[in-house]
Write a protein that binds this ligand. Structure first.
Ligand code: KG4
Ligand code: ZN
Length: 365
């Protein structure tokens, strides 16, 4: 079964063609980082406008690179949510149009479920990735979400824990902004941390007792308090015209040990994520641990989980960790097996909860 996937939930315009939920035939991603970096975060209105001008060429290229035409496509899959409403609208409307004109089924995919299914994908020319085995524990860590999930089969999820405030990726992005490291923050912090030493400063780990929930906002504040000790002049005055009012200019003087702070910040995030994931794997008898979402690209998180997990740890290739449409086409294959499809009145679901519209179970043990 060959599926065209479309993803426009945030600031990547993406289309991909995937065979049988496993084999990526093409994976085209147009990042909008150039558009948003000067604001230190994604500006929704700019994102949706850029999707409008980019999506059709991106789909054309995905079909061309996969060497398939519309007649060989069995279904069109699209991210219906969660995400930015205006951005989602672009992808959903293009997908509905193509499904209608080509007379193909339309499959709605939850963005987070897409991230999970990136673990099933093999890129062109890559050694075949083995299918993950159930039950498994999956840590979904992206710019908008942090959720720990027990997956007992396809589409069978139990939510074990989630963030109570900031998502892990959001925490990286905000910390990077405080440290003046640019956007997106995760890769920038990882790079700075390579030159730094964790432990020189002490940042808090929010264990939240025995729960599998997470909290990262206190960590960000703790970082700010340390930075303030280096402050040589007050932060630039924040005006309401600024798109990100919480933005604090990196005006803490030349002596800020950025690399050491980045290293400690990364260690604080990674310690909690890895420890709770490994504990869940033990408690629920998981056969493996999966990482999913943009923060799954983080090398320190991968390494710490390898150290702590009682079972094998798997994560997608870096290009499949951050937003892409191959993961959407991949997840859609397994949804199609279960008969999930949408009508042409499909609407966007900006706040769509984890993980599927039909099979969500939120039993917290
Ligand atoms: O999954 P994703 O591409 O988009 C969302 O669905 O949100 O995740 C983007 C997030 C950003 O917050 C980015 O800073 C973070 O993933 N990220 C990383 C790394 N690469 C991307 N965080 C830590 N380390 C990385 N190497
Ligand atoms: Zn994402």
């Amino acid at each position: 079964m060959i599926i065209l996937g479309i993803e426009t939930s945030c600031d990547e315009t993406a289309a991909a063609v995937v065979r049988d939920g496993r084999f990526v035939l093409s994976n085209v991603i147009r990042s909008q980082v150039d558009l948003h970096e000067r604001y230190g975060g994604v500006v929704p209105e700019l994102a949706s406008r850029r999707h409008v001008t980019t999506i059709v060429p991106v789909i054309d290229l995905a079909l061309e690179q996969a060497e398939v035409g519309p007649s060989q496509i069995d279904a069109v899959a699209v991210t219906e949510g969660p995400g930015l409403a205006g951005s989602l609208l672009v992808g959903v409307n293009v997908a509905k149009t193509l499904a209608f004109v080509w007379e193909k089924p339309l499959i709605p995919v939850n963005h987070l479920e897409g991230h999970v299914y990136a673990n099933w994908l093999t890129l062109p020319g890559q050694e075949e990735v083995q299918e993950p085995s159930f039950p498994l524990v999956c840590l979904i860590v992206s710019g908008g979400h942090t959720e720990l999930v027990l997956m007992r089969g396809h589409g069978d999820y139990i939510l074990l824990g989630r963030t109570l405030d900031d998502a892990a990726g959001e925490a990286f992005d905000k910390a990077a902004r405080l440290l003046g490291l640019g956007f997106p923050g995760g890769p920038a912090i990882q790079k700075a941390a390579e030159r730094g030493r964790p432990g020189r400063f002490s940042l808090p780990r929010a264990w939240l007792g025995d729960s599998y929930d997470f909290s990262f906002s206190g960590l960000k504040t703790a970082l700010l308090r340390i930075l303030e000790q280096y402050q040589r002049r007050p932060p630039r005055r924040v005006t309401t015209r600024q798109p990100f009012p919480e933005y604090v200019a990196p005006e803490y003087g030349p002596n800020v040990p950025i690399a050491d702070l980045a290293a400690e910040f990364q260690a604080a995030v990674v310690d909690v994520l890895a420890e709770k994931t490994a504990r869940a794997a033990r408690e629920f008898g998981a056969t493996m641990v999966l990482l999913a979402g943009g923060v799954a690209a983080n090398a320190a998180l991968r390494q710490r989980l390898h150290e702590l997990s009682p079972v094998p740890v798997r994560y997608p290739a870096p290009i499949l960790c951050t937003d892409n449409a191959a993961m959407i086409a991949g997840a859609a294959y397994y949804l199609a097996q279960r008969g999930v499809r949408a009508d042409l009145d499909l609407d966007v679901q900006a706040q769509l909860p984890l993980v599927t519209r039909t099979l969500i179970q939120t039993a917290v043990p």
